[in-house]
Design a protein around this ligand. Sequence first.
Ligand SMILES: Nc1ncnc2c1ncn2[C@@H]1O[C@H](COP(=O)(O)OP(=O)(O)OP(=O)(O)O)[C@@H](O)[C@H]1O
Length: 349
Amino acid sequence: MAEEKVLEVKNLHVNFHTYAGDVKAIRNVSFDLEKGQTLAIVGESGSGKSVTTKTLMGLNAKNAEIPEGELLFKGRNLLDLKEEEWQKIRGNEISMIFQDPMTSLDPTMRIGKQIAEPLLKHNKGMSKADAMKRALELMQQVGIPDAEVHINDYPHQWSGGMRQRAVIAIALAADPEILIADEPTTALDVTIQAQIMHMMAELQERINSSIVFITHDLGVVAGFAHKVAVMYAGEIVEYGTVEEIFYNPQHPYTWGLLDSMPTVDSSVDRLVSIPGTPPDLLNPPKGDAFAARNKFALAIDFEEEPPYFEVSPTHFAKTWLLDPRAPKVTPSDNILARWKRWEELKGDK
Ligand SMILES: Nc1ncnc2c1ncn2[C@@H]1O[C@H](COP(=O)(O)OP(=O)(O)OP(=O)(O)O)[C@@H](O)[C@H]1O
């Protein structure tokens, strides 16, 4: 059965004006989000994950140029919307869970009321009593124990993990078609992170929402994502199903990210980070933006930008190593350990 596309992003470009020059933060980004599925956007700091998701929410910074490209949602290009139209969609059809729950909760307002607010905002006829009833149900759905006792608490009375559950309840209040989660577990400890991921996976199955999940850690998405977009220097350098990215990665940057995943196998080096730093987006280098950090770089990498090579109909990578004229290289000694780790992470689901 064909998958239903909820969102199609086509050739998105986002530039920022700064006193030092124009920053080309997002270049030619395209992906689809399917109904009930999770797309993970993975990359190091500065790769363009947040700019991409802010664009999906119509929330780019003031110094951004009008983005180029298409964001097709329900037959409309969201990039053509006016702010009043965005306000109807934001927090309603497309909602977002931010990294730090304290910045998205109002410290002076009772949590139940904060969950009820978007319901009242987007359902004009709803009574306050019904909105509070629904807020209680949402608190129960996201696993807040004794929700009826705690519905009138203030955020500071809760732990970080519980506050993040409240933020998720607020994001889910209006039954969004698309939920954008920007590193939603980064501020939490590992056990709580796992609980929150588990809860999100369960909720997704129940309500069939589509999720865009942002993270710098591929390990977090192994048991959760369906598709993965690997971003580097404002571009998607590899895109595929989660199995393709873990079992058959093709881009040397993806190899680096996989190698920086913690492994439980003590025979393997832990957390091998990718040497070097990303390029300056004010003056992007000639050729492949990853060339300077790529230990397998070819002469052409410093001259010409690689095209996307198709690995399978669902899998693409932007590296000259996939050109038939390129030498065959062995990505890393850690492959077997990585696969083992992936099997373990999948098991955590
Ligand atoms: N308002 C802005 N003006 C100029 N440059 C910006 C602006 N916002 C973002 N950038 C630049 O765009 C690039 C992408 O930033 P972005 O925040 O999307 O990265 P990220 O992958 O989300 O990183 P992190 O994981 O640290 O959040 C960076 O080089 C950043 O400096």
